[in-house]
Design a protein around this ligand. Sequence first.
Ligand code: AMP
Ligand code: MG
Length: 481
Amino acid sequence: MQFNPRYPSLNRKLYHHQMPVPLKGAKAGHFNEALANQLQWSEQDKAQWVEICSGQKTFTEFEPLAMVYAGHQFGQWAGQLGDGRGLLIAQILDQNNQTIDLHLKGAGSTPYSRMGDGRAVLRSVIREYLAGHALNALGIASSNAVGFTSSTQGIQREKMEPGAMMLRTSDCHIRLGHFEWINQYQSELLTEFTQKCIEWHYPECLDAEQPVLAFATKVIQRTAVMIAKWQLVGFAHGVMNTDNLNITGSTLDFGPYGFMERFRPNWINNHSDYQGRYTYQQQPSIGHWNLWQWLNNLVPLCPTDYDKEHWKQDLVACLEHYEPTFLEHYKHGLNQKMGLPSFHKDSFDCGMAFLRILQSEQLDYTQSFIRLQNKQFELIKDDCLDRRQFESFLAQYESIRANQETDELDAEMLKANPQYILRNHMAQKAIELAEQDDFSEVNRLFELLSQPYTKQTDLEQAEDLAPLPSDVPEVMVSCSS
Ligand code: AMP
Ligand code: MG
């Protein structure tokens, strides 16, 4: 590994040095060797992956630390939060010379643990591990993980569960909530902290006339693109609090997430989200709300030679990039999934008509697009109660595609429509076996989700392709993790 310990160069008030506390009886769960190779792990590092991913081995080049941040949770100011059960154990350079954080989740309590035990259970570790891998393979910016370990130590949640740790990777663990903490508790650190964020993550903004405004615009645009991509694959993050969104627009801290199965825009995967704040269809507007909160924290950065009101207006203008960026990516992506030309004035409407059918007929989001891609129109129609609605959609669809370069459009569809997503019941089966020390299903899902756009008949199972029958109760996903 090549170390680049830059976070510890920040003011000491922003973190607390803390060593991991290993769990009893650590054992191998899964190791992502391809990712370790991208991160330039040596053969010796790889041989020690279990020790590294269970907190038994740390590095002399980096003193582990817990970050402090704050946040708005479910729309309410939550005050100080921070890494309550995860530690930054290294910052290293990947093969492209990009700095990547190694964050060990479940590593024990810290000064920011509040009432928590500092631990993570195997169930939630496997869910995050597989989803991070799936999102990356789908082409969506996200945290990932080098590996996870289970243990013989029981952790109390609703019931006793095996404790686990995961070595998460991300290009950035600086959250919108970092700015909220600084403004609330140590506002004198804001200028220098923002400067570092720009240097580290958006160096191209340093040359702008107003680097802070250029930075804000980039953060807003990247977040909009990330959320557009979530919507297109049907990903519901589950806890879009300001402490769970970072400044590089890569998906982070998605505990009670879910991938949409039957198309229900108002679907809540997180059963602790009683008000339905974080439903699938709300994600774009919640992203906007979070960024609005965040921008308030940049108000004090008004340059001395700048009119304060003018500065506020300029910050508001940055946020005006959000919706067009989101719509551009979402519309383009939906047209791609549909196999429709983006330049045609009716393409997007036709895509929306297809989504309305999926919604009213409660069809599976992923499989319906695959059927469309395979031109299995009859199969879709057979599942519809209102066949006339489907026929009128199909007439419009075929008329738009007539006289187009359909080979090119079909090739785009292949790149945009995954064959496989991580359904809750798939993760659940892998978890139940792993809790008996059988990681074979984790291994199989890891392989399958490595190439989500490729049909893998040798690896797939029938349950991977469809929602559970409607009379089988859904897997309840709670916030407890
Ligand atoms: P999350 O919603 O999982 O992102 O967590 C919100 C906050 O609670 C973060 O500050 C976490 O570090 C903290 N937290 C969650 N679970 C625990 C736990 N078991 N022990 C300590 N802190 C926790
Ligand atoms: Mg969090």
